[in-house]
Design a binder for this molecule. Sequence first.
Ligand code: PTT
Ligand code: SF4
Length: 602
Amino acid sequence: MKGYAGKLLRVNLSEGKVSKEDISDSMKIDFWGGRGFAVKLLWDEVKNVDPLSEYNKLIFSTGPLSGQALPSSGKMVVASKSPLTGGYGDGNIGTMASVHLRKAGYDILVVEGKSKKACYLFIEDGQVKIIDALELWGKNTFECQDLLEKRHGRNSGILLIGSAGENQIRISTVMSQRGRAGGRPGMGAVMGSKNLKAVVIKGTQNISNYDDARLKELGKKGYEEIKGKESYEFWMKQGTMQAFEWCNENSCLPTYNFREGVFEFSKEMDGYALEKLHVARKGCPMCNMQCGHVIKDSADQQAELDYENVGMLGPNIGLRSLPQVALLNRMADEWGLDTISLGSSIGFLMEASERGLISEKIGWGDFEAAQRLVVDIGRGEGLGKLVSRGTQKASEILGKGSQGWAMHVKGLEISAYNCHACPGMALSFGTSPIGASHKDAWIIAWEISTDRFSYSEEKVKKLIEFQRIRGGFFESATVCRLPWVEVSFGIHWYPEYLEAVTGNRMGWEDFYKIGDRIYNLIRAYWNREVPQFGRMWDYPPDRWFEDPLSQGKMKGAKLDRGKYDQMLSWYYDLRGWDKNGIPTQETLNHLGLNEVSKEIIG
Ligand code: PTT
Ligand code: SF4
């Protein structure tokens, strides 16, 4: 099929063996790319293994639109069995490695086994080398990126880990290009467990598409449309940080470990404050609406800010200075720690200190302590050891009711939206296929602008529609969804792009069906890999049901557990899952997953 490089590159680090495999047409038709490829490979090849053992596999996968001359296409899925949650884990990283992998002739890279010593992979078209990385081990991600660029040239795609990944800290992520991060559920730790410091890719071939001339014309029109959008100018000024003020106004800013939804110092930290400090912009390849805003941090070095990072390392830990938040953000990037889980972990420790559950005194907004904690977490030492396996495990160790305010779902920390007064968004976190991520269904803006407080079946239907488009389509086509989400770029372009790339005309019904197949396989994976997996895994923390907001216009708001339960039942019915959230035989068979149904149902 056109539009794919057509090959999977497999590197076994235990044996030092490299092989190239054809990707079958059925794989391309049924699973499509990115997340679809990743979950199919994990289902087939990674069964009941310890995620940090040599038997886990790390998958870098692209889709038919990745790396093409199309808006915001420089994206790649990083996936593995998650050491943080025990279930399916993935992230979506913007990186030149996506473009280069495809140009080198591969859609997927699978890394398996474990190298005896520190190494990195160098892939240049057909040539693949496993190179000693002793001198890179221990370097932070910025230093390592510099060294590898010096060695292999700036025109390379580089994926790498920091010391947190080397130390197999389960909230570590894969990094690229000094500030792109992907694989929140511990993909950095999986890479570290393989003694793999980096992957460097250089590709020179062109992807063979069905109609290149048409693709070029469509791509050009797409870029032009984005630039002409009404919201483009404002987006370029604030990027994802435009969400900060909006969240505060609507009482959904994560504040003091998600205890509150408003922050008294929000004016000092919002998108307008960012505009005053802005010095540069960064982003992913192939993008003309780059969203990484760079400011000078409190140590006078450049650091990039996104809404999630500011929400979690700012109000969530009581910190009120953007340059200080930027410094923590830069440290996280250097260490290769996920900022969301990091902010949640620090907030958890601050609350534990306030409640006297730990002897160390760490006050809200204590910047010095926060810096020390980043280092401790990256090393897995001191208090950092307690949270280095995530807040779920930390709360199990600490006990004394802390499970109720360890802010995670399925073990993955909640991203920066407080849901005391957003039942639909709470369900989105509850049912996200990797744990509490906003990526699959950012229903919150729609919810707040419509019937915010309802627990309706209509809301559940909307949530599934979002999951199908964002978690199904964008994660598998594999391109950035922000043009569509943030500047209303026409979604009608995508079937046209795909037709020019593959020659197949597909409609949204087709995309939804592929998305549903992927979702069901992910759900089956959780069911197979996690003992006693079921309904209880789909609830947000007790805090949102039991501790009402005490400030702001939503004072007194909290979720209703009975009504949430009803929404969850509707969700299962609409998805064709049983009362425990397990896909039924009928649903799996309808999606062509008969073998999966035999394995999990019998
Ligand atoms: C994503 C998660 C996010 S989502 C953010 S900010 W966001 C955090 N960024 C981190 C960071 O930075 N440094 C760090 N050390 N850890 C970080 N963890 C957090 O990771 C990201 C953008 C963003 S910025 C978003 S919303 C969109 N996400 C997309 C997605 O998921 N799919 C898709 N098809 N397109 C997307 N476009 C946008 O991409 P994860 P990136 Mg990301 C400094 O990785 O695991 O998915 O977690 O990859 O290249 O940084 O782009 O307000
Ligand atoms: Fe990357 Fe932002 Fe552009 Fe998306 S909008 S491709 S995340 S720079």
